[in-house]
Design a protein around this ligand. Structure first.
Ligand code: ARG
Length: 464
C-alpha cells in the first residue's frame, strides 16, 4: 500500500508519505504487536508518573488510563485494526488512543521517546520469557528427579567415546542432566537480576527537561531501579543477547539429552521406551515408532543459536545511541523464546512418560568388559600392584576373554592366575556390575547411596 499522505505521528516536516517498499522495510507492527501488553503497561506507568509530577493533569492521566485499557481489550479481543502505515506497536496504540479519547492522548508522549519506550517494552517481554523458562526448567528438573528416584540403583553402561566404559546407575545419568538444567536455571535467574533496570525516562537518548520521576515508573513496572545512563539505556540490548546465550546453552543441553533418547529408544539399544504420546509412526513401515519429539528438540538448538549469532552481528559496531538496526532484535528473540519453551515442555513430557527398561540396561551394563577398571583397582588395592602394571594385567585378561568370546567373570581362576599368580577367588566379588556401582562411593560418584544423597539435595533446593 502506498500512502501518499505524510505520517500522522511524525510527518510534520514531510510533504509526501513513504514509498511502499520504504514502508515494508520500516514497519515492525507485523511482529512487535506481540509486545502490546507490555507497551500498554509502560504507557500506563508513564502517564501516572506524569500526573504525579504535575506534568499533565489528573484528568488527562485518568482519560489516558481508561483509554489504554480499552485499547488493550480491543487487542486481546482481536478487534484491533493494526496499521502498517503506523509502523509499530507504539504508534498503533497511541493513534487508537487518540481516536478513543481525543486530545489528552497527545500528552502521553511527553518526556519519552519511542527509543526508551521500545527498550522498556522489550525488556518487559524478555523478562516474562525468563520467568517462563524458569518454570519450564523447574518442571523438567522435577521430572528428571522422579526418574532418578525410581531408578537410583538400576545399573546401565556408562560410556566414553560412546564405547562401554564403566557401569553407572540410571539415577546417576538422570542426575547429570539435573545438574545441567540446574545451571541453566541459575543462568536464567542471574540474567533476570542483571537486566532488571528500567530504561523508561531515558527519552530519545539524553534524558528530558521535564521533572519526571524515573524511580516511580521503574517501581510500577517491577524494575529494581532506573538504568543509570540514558545513552546506554536506549542502546543496550545485552538483556536480549544474554537471553539468547542462556537459551543457546540450555538448547545444547536439551539436544544432548534428545540425542541420547534417540539412541536409547532404538531397537539396537532398547534402554528406554518412549510413550505413544511422544512418538509418531511411519506411513510406510508399520513396525516403526519414531522419536520425533526428541529429534526436533535436538534440532532446535540450530535456530536458537542462529538467533543468538544474528543478534550479536546486528549489535556489533553500532554507534551510540539508538539505531534502527536494533529493530531487528525482536524476531530473533521471539522465535528463540517460542522454540526454547516448546523444547523444554516437550522434553518434560517425554521424560515424565518414558520407561527405563531395567533388564536391557542391566544386560548391557555387564557386557563390553565394563568392570575391567574394577579388576585393575582390585589388583592395586589387594595385591599392591602399581596401577600401570595392574592396567596391563587387566588388558591381557580382557584380550583373553575377547578371544574366547566371553566376559571377564566367565574366565576361570586358573586362567587369571596364569596372567598374575597373586589373584585369588576374591577377585570375582568386584567383577559383578552391582558391586562395581556400589563401590563408587566417592562424592558425586555413581553409587546408589551417592545418587540418593544428590536427589535429596535437589529436592531440598526445590523446596526452597
Ligand atoms: N519499532 C522501533 C524498534 O523496534 C521502535 C523505535 C523507533 N525509534 C525511532 N527513533 N525510530 O526499534
Amino acid at each position: 500500500m502506498t500512502d501518499q499522505s505524510s505520517n500522522q505521528m511524525w510527518g510534520g516536516r514531510f510533504a509526501a508519505g513513504p514509498d511502499a517498499i520504504m514502508e515494508a522495510i520500516n514497519a515492525s507492527i507485523g511482529f512487535d504487536k506481540r509486545m502490546a501488553a507490555q507497551d500498554i503497561a509502560g504507557s500506563r506507568a508513564h502517564a501516572a508518573m506524569l500526573a504525579a509530577t504535575g506534568v499533565i493533569t489528573d484528568n488527562d492521566a485518568e482519560a489516558i488510563r481508561e483509554g489504554l485499557l480499552t485499547v488493550l481489550s480491543e487487542i486481546e479481543g482481536g478487534t484491533f485494526q493494526f496499521s502498517t502505515a503506523l509502523e509499530d506497536i507504539h504508534m498503533n496504540v497511541e493513534a487508537r488512543l487518540k481516536e478513543i479519547i481525543g486530545e489528552p492522548a497527545g500528552r502521553l508522549h511527553t518526556g519519552r521517546s519511542r527509543n526508551d519506550q521500545v527498550a522498556t517494552d522489550f525488556k518487559l517481554w524478555v523478562r516474562d520469557q525468563l520467568d517462563a523458562a524458569e518454570s519450564g526448567l523447574l518442571a523438567l528438573i522435577k521430572a528428571l528427579l522422579s526418574q532418578a528416584e525410581a531408578g537410583a540403583d538400576w545399573v546401565m553402561p556408562g560410556f566414553t567415546h560412546l564405547q562401554t566404559a564403566q557401569p553407572v546407575t540410571w539415577g546417576h545419568h538422570m542426575m547429570a542432566y539435573v545438574e545441567m538444567f540446574g545451571r541453566d536455571l541459575s543462568r536464567v535467574r542471574d540474567a533476570r537480576a542483571r537486566m532488571n533496570e528500567s530504561p523508561l525516562g531515558a527519552a530519545a537518548l539524553a534524558g528530558t527537561s521535564f521533572p519526571i520521576d524515573r524511580e516511580m515508573t521503574a517501581k510500577a513496572l517491577g524494575f529494581d531501579r532506573p538504568a543509570a545512563n540514558s545513552l546506554d539505556a536506549v542502546s543496550d540490548r545485552d538483556f536480549a543477547l544474554e537471553f539468547l546465550s542462556v537459551a543457546s546453552i540450555s538448547a545444547v543441553h536439551l539436544s544432548r539429552f534428545a540425542e541420547e533418547l534417540v539412541i536409547w529408544s532404538s531397537a539396537q539399544f532398547r534402554f528406554v521406551t518412549l510413550s505413544d504420546r511422544f512418538s509418531t509412526g511411519s506411513s510406510i513401515m508399520p513396525q516403526k515408532k519414531n522419536p520425533d519429539a526428541a529429534e526436533l528438540i535436538r534440532a532446535k538448538v540450530g535456530r536458537i543459536f542462529g538467533a543468538n549469532t544474528a543478534l550479536m552481528m546486528v549489535m556489533k559496531g553500532l554507534p551510540l545511541a539508538y539505531s534502527k538496526d536494533m529493530q531487528e532484535d525482536k524476531e530473533q528473540v521471539f522465535d528463540a523464546a517460542d522454540n526454547w519453551m516448546l523444547a523444554l515442555a516437550a522434553m518434560e513430557g517425554m521424560v515424565k512418560d518414558m520407561t527405563g527398561n531395567r533388564e536391557s540396561l542391566a544386560a548391557a551394563a555387564g557386557s563390553g568388559f565394563s568392570t575391567a577398571t574394577d579388576l585393575a583397582d582390585w589388583l592395586v588395592r589387594v595385591l599392591k600392584v602399581p596401577f600401570r602394571d595392574a592396567h596391563h594385567v587387566t588388558g591381557t585378561l580382557v584380550a583373553m576373554a575377547e578371544s574366547r568370546g566371553c566376559d571377564l567373570p566367565d574366565l576361570s581362576l586358573a586362567d587369571m592366575q596364569g596372567v598374575h599368580e597373586g589373584i585369588t577367588e576374591d577377585i570375582f566379588t568386584v567383577l559383578g556390575v552391582e558391586n562395581s556401582v556400589n563401590s563408587r562411593m566417592s562424592y558425586g560418584g555413581t553409587a546408589p547411596a551417592q545418587v540418593r544423597a544428590q536427589i535429596v539435595r535437589w529436592q531440598e533446593f526445590l523446596a526452597g
